[in-house]
Write a protein that binds this ligand. Sequence first.
Ligand code: MN
Length: 506
Amino acid sequence: MTKQMNFKDLEVWFVTGAQLLYGGDAVAKVDAHSNEMVEGLNESGKLPVGVVYKGTVNSAIEIADVFRAATNEQKCVGVITWMHTFSPAKMWIHGLKDYKKPLLHLHTQFNRQIPWGEIDMDFMNLNQSAHGDREFGHIVSRMRKNRKVVAGHWSDPDVQERIAVWMRVAAAWADAQGMRIIRFGDQMNNVAVTDGDKVEAELRLGYHVDYFPVGDLAAYQDNVTEADIDDMTAAYEKEYAIAGSCRKGGACYSQVREAAREEVALRRFLKDKNAKAFTTNFDALHGLNQLPGLACQRLMAEGYGFGAEGDWKTAALCRTFWYMSQGLPGGCSFLEDYTCHFDGGKSAILQAHMLEVCPLIAGGQPRLDVFPLGIGGKAAPARLIFTAHQGTGVAATIVDMGNRFRMIVNDVEVIAQPAPMPRLPVASALWIPQPNLETGAAAWILAGGTHHTAFSYALTAEYMEDYADIAGIELLCINKDTTIGGFKRELRYNDLYYMLNRALEA
Ligand code: MN
């Protein structure tokens, strides 16, 4: 097993399909090849989850047994299948029927090349995945089951990268099943795009959304001691550049201590409730001194998903982004489309929020400062101020279209700010939505996308495609190839597809 694995407690199972037609020698060879391949995959250093070879399956009973075991094994986040020889696919029906975890079909072969001089009928019968993988693929398609198909030699780094992407998504999918999201207060009144059907979300996406009055969080503050606050502010001093007024004796020092009190309380609350994500609402802060900005920023960096103004869907997605990108370079954050900058080919959107941007995307050391906030009617909140570093990334959202969830993904390029913004006291990122602002933003708006997104430098649209496939939700990708005409057609076709799909399900 490699040292690079980021999900040590999880497993992906590898199941080889064959049949007994070719005799005992063939079975032994299939098994030896499979072992060698799994070992090679694990030693590649490319895979974030360990692969466990679960043997060759030669009958419907063996297939049903291995999928049932995969379903019941908590550590198993997905199954990779590969047909070494031919595996008549009716044998797979019962096993696949009840299997609900992620599935990856690896269309590969033990040998890289055809041994032209030696190949005979025995060799061809033993190494016939070109044949067997088509038979298997048919039944999965016939059963309308989503899966990822990766084709190529198993030792090829590109193939391993594609498996690695799926593994991370499968791990994050497992993490999301039963994930508890806590909302302090409700959705911001009258806001449509961030709201949605929480029952359908639990059915479809697996996570559970709970409400707590913010007063419950306020009560947690009573148990935060001055020593807890000292520890917290000491951590701030270590990690950030602290504005003069926020240091001991400064005019805003007491506000920093109040922010620290909120952070200690919030972290304890989330731990006690076993939550992985949370939302706040600037309009529901009874019993709190200030909008918890600094706390949200720091908790995001620890892996808690966050959504502002009650946005539980983005909170869940932010957690999923953080979880699946563990160990990869480049951070992730909750962000919001705020202000446009029109400048020809460099037209861009300034991403920020009132306060809550994750410092994992910072281009340099964040500055901790305190400024008044115009809304919410509370005292001036502490926040980390920084500019996101340059680089390509992906922004995504999930919206509720009434009859389905729709994931919208946009490739973005974070660029340097043309000039400093000395009077803007929040963290920000400036990005060009691909293919450019005119098409990227128009497509996003046509798709009904949110102003809130989950953003990551480490992830790509391929992760989102795997996620949407596993979840069985609609996916719309906006990228360098997007045209408005084509995108509108896709929207119309998808509407029809989901309408028919629902009618068929009913
Ligand atoms: Mn917002």
